[in-house]
Design a protein around this ligand. Structure first.
Ligand SMILES: [Zn+2]
Length: 138
């Protein structure tokens, strides 16, 4: 099984362009204020097409996580941590938590976004524990 590489649609392309710049971008609905993820052509709350891209803070909290101890193929280096992240702006995003001791993880902990090259064209958001939680402090 080869590593799946996202093939962004025109709607999704600004998200990946932002990732390549090291920014996490979310669509904001100009009509109702809802923040969207994944990228869509219409707001999933009010169906408005009046959507604009804004850079998110990159801050979030762990909503749930699982430690994958056996990769599905050689392209997935195990163990790795798959998590649902509740972004500060509201949307929930599936991602990975990098450079974290699985024993140090817990639901509700603060994380911040980082970016990892997935292929030559695609950079994906990943998350790491907030520096205050990552063991840098005594
Ligand atoms: Zn809306």
């Amino acid at each position: 099984m080869a590593k799946p590489v996202p093939q962004p649609t025109p709607t999704e392309q600004p998200f990946y362009d932002a990732c390549a710049r090291g920014e996490l971008a979310l669509q904001h609905c100009q009509n109702c204020g809802h923040r969207l993820f994944y990228p869509r052509t219409h707001c999933d709350q009010c169906h408005s097409t009046d959507l604009v891209w804004r850079t998110a803070s990159g801050a979030g909290r762990i909503a749930s996580y699982t430690v994958v101890r056996r990769g599905v193929s050689a392209d997935f280096e195990a163990p790795y941590i798959v998590a649902l992240i509740d972004l500060e702006e509201g949307p929930r995003m599936m991602s990975q938590i990098i450079e974290a001791d699985p024993e140090a993880l817990a639901v509700g902990l603060s994380v911040t976004v980082d970016f990892a090259a997935w292929s030559e064209e695609i950079t994906l958001p990943v998350f790491r524990l907030h520096p205050a939680l990552a063991g840098d402090h005594p």
